[in-house]
Design a binder for this molecule. Structure first.
Ligand SMILES: [Ca+2]
Ligand SMILES: [Ca+2]
Ligand SMILES: [Ca+2]
Length: 305
């Protein structure tokens, strides 16, 4: 759960960073979603009233809305006695946490939402058939018009991310029951293509705002653990470039393309070439970041760098 985000970074000025915070690192069941300025100021809990897990927040392309999943209970999400909790549903809210709306309403776990560039649809994954299958689903933000893109028994497709030009969705595909590869598919479910076919684990995907590159975290030591942040070209044509050496997860580009935020248990930013790594708010737990795009005619967030 800590190692698998799904975010698109859409182009624009750099706004706030949204992320997941665990009050207790051993208990992810109460996670909340926070925003923070890139300079570490203006920390804000967007889900203070939710005792359930709220996680994997993703900005819309205009930076006005956030999609995430939650196990919060409500009239449309009762507790499942078999789980001892409500199942995961997709929600959206405004950038300040107001205007909460539930998008999915069912009995299975939905996770990893990301926005289409035009803001009309979300893409996410849905667990089916126990934990042996996860499919990619798109849906209108009002919850209508669901489409299953993959329908893949025995294969786990997760954490889809819509490309900034809208033409492709990149996602993690596990067809071995052991490790993930990187694949793309068109939003209509056609043209499924593998970008990697390694026996090691690639996770945590994000498009660069120009759509030319994909950042991810990679455990090159599978089944041992050495996760670091890498970047590769969209076409997968050359070896990935390693950006961290002391560990790194869940990279997300800044909307101006110059930086990347990632987490190691706290949030760090670095330049897109891996230099100038520094903590956003030292000592404050942070996971699954995504960087808010701010329209180019609006004011960017202050950053000390
Ligand atoms: Ca919560
Ligand atoms: Ca659900
Ligand atoms: Ca692999």
């Amino acid at each position: 759960m800590t190692a698998t985000p799904a975010h698109a970074t859409f182009p624009g000025h750099n706004g706030k960073i949204v992320f997941t915070h665990f009050d207790d690192a051993d208990d992810e069941s109460t996670a909340d979603i926070y925003t923070i300025s890139p300079n570490g100021r203006n920390l804000l809990n967007l889900t203070p009233d939710s005792p359930a897990a709220d996680d994997f927040a993703s900005w819309s392309a205009d930076g006005s809305m956030i999609a995430f999943w939650s196990t919060r209970t409500g009239p449309d999400n009762p507790i499942d006695p078999a789980l001892g909790r409500a199942d995961q549903e997709i929600f959206v809210m405004n950038a300040n946490g107001s205007g909460l709306r539930q998008v999915t309403k069912n009995k299975v776990d939905d996770g990893g939402p990301a926005w289409s560039p035009d803001g009309d649809r979300l893409v996410f994954h849905r667990w089916l058939d126990g934990d042996s299958q996860a499919d990619l689903i798109t849906v209108r933000v009002n919850g209508t018009g669901e489409r299953n893109l993959t329908r893949s028994p025995g294969i786990v497709d997760r954490y889809p991310v819509w490309s900034p030009d809208g033409g492709e969705i990149v996602f993690m595909r596990d067809d071995s029951g052991f490790e993930n590869d990187i694949a793309t598919i068109r939003p209509d479910g056609s043209h499924l293509r593998a970008l990697t076919a390694t026996d090691t684990d690639e996770e945590g995907l994000d498009w660069s705002p120009d759509g030319k590159r994909i950042a991810f975290h990679w455990n090159v030591a599978t089944p041992d653990e050495q996760w670091d942040v890498y970047v590769m070209r969209r076409d997968g044509g050359s070896p990935p470039t390693r950006l961290t050496t002391a560990g790194g997860y869940n990279p997300a580009w800044s909307p101006d393309g110059r930086k990347i935020v990632f987490n190691t248990g706290e949030l760090f930013t670095m330049r897109a070439d891996g230099s100038r790594q520094k903590p956003v708010r030292p000592g404050f737990d942070g996971h699954h970041p995504d960087w808010q795009p701010v329209p180019r005619d609006a004011r960017a967030e202050d950053d000390d760098d």
